[in-house]
Design a protein around this ligand. Structure first.
Ligand code: G3P
Ligand code: CA
Length: 381
């Protein structure tokens, strides 16, 4: 795959150093606010953020999901950071292990307990793949049985281990359960050279044909729904780009008063009826984000099929204009279908979180050089 001009600042420098850049490429770093902001922070425009890996094609947050995302050509591997009882940083989304593992068989009495109450050794006993085979038989593979939950370190090693070098897009998940996790994350990233100085591409790296986000200033993006965690992330890692995720609910962006459930309605239908209380309320969240070091927001999307990840539409045109006018960029979650990419791309979002990396790469005219089957075969999945 080619990188076109998605992280033009960094790529321009790389090309200049090998004498390949023309003036037309150099002068292309203009355009709309989101593009300029992305370039300013060294973040690809448009950004392809592999949500829990390529979690459409493989069980979320497992090795094949992240290997696929990396080799297909995602810009970022997204992960939800939690901590085990014995202090290990791991990548898992839910705050219990019921949905995505066989915990009900392995530790039946503890199936409802939070992730934070299990040691890493206990967590590594769980099968994090078979649920996917049962839920998505059309995408099931025998090799997914028995997959393990990954540590942050294992995700990092995947990010670093291929020809493509994606960035890491890390969410502090339920951070109130994990005091000090922001500092631990800083220490971890520093120890492994992901923050605190430049991360140089080796001479052998080919920036034209491979993703090189890991060598740009935007190689790590930190994200959180929680204002308090944003403040802590900013204290610990002021130089690292941060995104405040936006959500409409009690304790988050206030809604206009449509929060009564109608009997029998789906979650998505319910969310779709919600509207922000006022433009001022939305603006307050943007102002908080900006004042506490965020370089952008991650709003929720209403999807065409009102599927499982369809929420309140927090990327309406006036919202996006207000966000860009305040100098904040927009990475929308979580979108998988071409019609939804088209709808929100026309509204000017600067990148998407997607479960389906190949679909978003196709949408952005960056078709992967290898297919899903080919990549999985390479790694014996
Ligand atoms: O991090 C962006 C998106 O992942 C937020 O939603 O619940 O999937 O973590 P969630
Ligand atoms: Ca997330």
């Amino acid at each position: 795959m080619t990188n076109h001009n998605r992280y033009a600042g960094w790529l321009s420098a790389a090309l200049l150093s090998v004498g390949l850049m023309s003036t037309s490429v150099a002068s292309a770093a203009t355009g709309d606010a989101g593009k300029q902001l992305s370039e300013q922070y060294g973040i690809p425009y448009h950004a392809v953020i592999a949500h829990r890996g390529d979690s459409f094609d493989a069980p979320e947050s497992t090795a094949p999901a992240y290997l696929l995302a990396r080799d297909l050509g995602a810009d970022y591997l997204e992960l939800d950071l939690q901590r085990t009882k014995d202090g290990q940083l791991i990548a898992v989304h839910d705050d219990t292990l019921k949905r995505t593992t066989n915990i009900a068989e392995v530790f039946p009495e503890r199936a409802d307990d939070p992730v934070s109450t299990f040691t890493l050794a206990e967590i590594k006993q769980l099968d994090a793949g078979s649920w996917f085979n049962a839920q998505y038989p059309e995408r099931a593979r025998d090799s997914y049985q028995g997959l393990k939950i990954l540590t942050l370190d294992e995700v990092r090693q995947i990010a670093e281990g291929g020809d493509n070098k994606p960035g890491l897009y890390i969410e502090t998940k339920v951070p109130s359960q994990f005091p000090g996790i922001e500092k631990e994350l800083k220490n971890y990233l520093k120890q492994h050279g992901w923050i605190g100085g430049e991360r140089e591409a080796p001479k052998s790296f080919d920036p034209i044909h491979h993703v090189g986000v890991a060598f740009t200033p935007g190689r790590v993006i930190l994200q959180t729904f929680e204002k308090e965690s944003l403040e802590k992330l900013q204290q610990q890692m002021p130089e690292v780009p941060k995104i405040l995720l936006l959500w409409l609910d009690d304790g988050y962006i206030a809604s206009k008063g449509t929060a009564e459930r109608i009997e029998g309605e789906s979650d998505a239908d319910f969310y779709a009826r919600q509207q922000v209380a006022s433009k001022e309320e939305f603006e307050r969240w943007l102002d908080f984000a900006k004042a506490h070091g965020a370089i952008g927001t991650g709003p929720s999307a209403e999807l065409h099929d009102h599927g499982a990840q369809s929420y309140a539409d927090l990327a309406q045109p006036w919202m996006n204009k207000m966000t860009h006018d305040k100098g904040l960029l927009i990475h929308l979650y979580t979108v998988d279908a071409a019609e939804d990419f088209a709808k929100y791309d026309a509204r000017g979002v600067d990148g998407f979180f997607t479960n389906h990396t190949p679909a978003l790469l196709e949408f952005y005219h960056r078709p992967p050089a290898q297919g899903v089957d080919e990549i999985l075969k390479k790694y014996d999945f």
